[in-house]
Design a protein around this ligand. Structure first.
Ligand code: ZN
Length: 307
């Protein structure tokens, strides 16, 4: 099986993890989630690695969570203690999202080494989560960011750090409108550290990684912990968990109303160009919706075909 994630120590001190589903615009399916977790753990435990870069193959960083994934997460070794993974309805759904989104993002944010995301092209929905868990973000000048999940009937992606990443007022505007923002706007908002020409993204990221790798490892670890503790003390972990509860309420509402966890009205046509996984036409979208509802009815897992 082809790996969805590549990992390589490219030079002393620097490990590079590469999202490797370019044909799917690096949409994050369950297999990629666990392979990414394995790569992060490998890099974290490797004494030869001081800085971890998260990059992506192809023109786009990530189109978000793979809505067409047919793999269920209980095929992998779980990292959380939530349980109830195979239960139908809301119980299974919240267990799934606790495991593959909330717990994973919390783990990746707390890796005891500096991490740098190198982002080009689209970083949509769950793609934002992958960038946001990193300590630093370098954006290519073609990068475009968007959380379109409100348009899907839910209150933003599961790792709800928008108020910290964008500021509360811009977070509200961009969520209320499912709006997108480019690399320069992300830089102005303080969401990314710097913006570089697309063809200089790799070199600029490695140059930054080299400067960090020249510092003493234990001091880097303590510094990361000190900054993370500052946002912890502001209440970020509690805010993320509170928003996750509301997110699950939205899924449950959609499950009750439509039989699936996302509003079947899906992405409004006006937003489809920002959301690469949107179906190309209404007829196909309607067929896919019917397939997903049927899959929910047939399958013991709560919504296997409509992640
Ligand atoms: Zn969700």
């Amino acid at each position: 099986m082809t790996s969805t994630v590549q990992y390589e120590v490219v030079e002393p001190g620097i490990g590079v993890i590469t999202l490797n589903r370019p044909d799917k615009r690096n949409a994050q399916d369950v297999r990629m989630t666990y392979e990414l977790n394995d790569a992060f753990e490998r890099a974290a435990r490797d004494d030869a690695v001081k800085v971890i870069v998260l990059a992506a193959a192809g023109p786009h960083f990530s189109a978000g969570h793979d809505l067409n994934d047919v793999v269920w997460h209980d095929e992998f070794t779980q990292v959380s203690n939530w349980g109830g993974y195979g239960e139908p309805g809301a119980e299974g759904w919240v267990a799934r999202e606790e495991e593959i989104y909330l717990e994973m993002c919390a783990r990746w944010r707390s890796i005891p080494k500096p991490t740098i995301a190198a982002v080009q092209g689209r970083a949509i929905g769950g793609g934002l989560m992958l960038a946001w868990v990193c300590d630093l973000i370098i954006a290519a000048d073609d990068a475009v960011f968007c959380d379109p999940v409100v348009a899907m009937g839910v209150c933003g992606v599961e790792w709800f750090v928008h108020p910290w990443e964008l500021g509360p007022r811009k977070a509200k505007e961009l969520l209320f409108t499912s709006g997108s923002w480019d690399a320069d706007e992300a830089h102005r908002l303080g969401m990314v550290n710097s913006v570089v020409p697309r063809d200089e993204l790799t070199d600029a990221t490695l140059a930054l990684a080299r400067r960090i790798a020249a510092q003493p490892m234990f001091a880097l670890r303590l510094t990361k912990e000190a900054v993370n503790q500052a946002t912890d003390i502001q209440g970020q972990p509690s805010a993320v968990r509170a928003a996750f509860s509301l997110h699950q309420l939205a899924h449950t509402h959609n499950l009750e109303r439509y039989g699936i966890c996302l509003d079947p009205a899906g992405i409004p046509p006006a937003l489809q160009d920002r959301f690469p996984q949107a179906e190309p036409d209404d007829k196909l979208r309607a067929e896919r919706r019917a397939d997903r509802v049927a899959a929910v009815a047939d399958h013991p897992h709560p919504g296997k075909a409509q992640a």
